[in-house]
Design a protein around this ligand. Sequence first.
Ligand code: ZN
Ligand code: ZN
Length: 347
Amino acid sequence: MTTTVSAYAAPSAAAPLERTTIPRRAVREHDVLIDIKFAGICHSDIHQVRDEWGGAKFPMVPGHEIAGIVTEVGPGVTKYAVGDRVGVGCFVDSCRECENCLAGDEQYCLNGGTGTYNATGRDGEPTYGGYSTHIVVDEHFVLRIPEGVELDAAAPLLCAGITLYSPLKHWNAGPGKKVAIVGMGGLGHMGVKIAAALGAEVTVLSQSLRKQDDAKRFGAEHYHATSDESTFEQLAGTFDLIVNTVSANLDLDAYLALLRVDGTLVNVGAPEHPVSLNVFSLIGGRRSLAGSMIGGIRETQEMLDFCAEHGLGAEIEVISADRINEAYDRVVASDVRYRFVIDTATI
Ligand SMILES: [Zn+2]
Ligand SMILES: [Zn+2]
């Protein structure tokens, strides 16, 4: 009893994405059928479509920044009704019984969560993501998008937003804390907005001064170019928390030196090559080097509610589906301010 819906898929790693059709399962007891309105383009879509992380399954329908409207609910659904504004992020299932799932950290499921796309569901069927007109998801993994944020600007919150919100909350960004965001792309610009709304004093560390005006508009108080060596002398020992959104290999010793005693450098971007550092960079100030990956369902809902309350959405460029391949090239070239969002009515 599957239905066939329109989608954009990559047929293989080397090929451009093209229009196709995919099956969506019939709504089960606890499922919600979502009419997708917008889907964000995340850099990880490109890595996976191009099989740069390995394990790619084709045809692949990317998209894990999904915003839409509920059009049908299963008989056991209690959280959602037809007409509700909802979102889906990076995963659509998990074991729900390991200690991490029980703690609300489904993103760290010990038995392996099910990715929204490029994964195999617990029913053995491939999962397909948001570059499509509809998706069927268990209500536990569906988020409510409050009225305070538009659906198109909300879509990128489901990955980029929570990827920054989770570490900012975990490491207590707030009043009296100095927070630096390294890189101001799709992830970084949300980091600036959220950290500023949490009350922290925000500094952007970016290669050039090109985005300085935008950063100030998003709530940053300071902005420094990392291409200027005096930046590292000037800011030594300054920050309580640095969130690194850049996926290139950075000089970690140089960035760790910007932390105060007990400061933490958190990585949310993943460099292609292993990193190296001088351990004295940690010892010399009881500093920590850490990582963080998206967030659990409960925290993602908290993030959406927080963004709506503070009027925060992503800065977006809405495109039609026939421009996805062009958009991919522009994301790789960092030529987007700050997130592409597909209008799925054009699929
Ligand atoms: Zn993503
Ligand atoms: Zn689990």
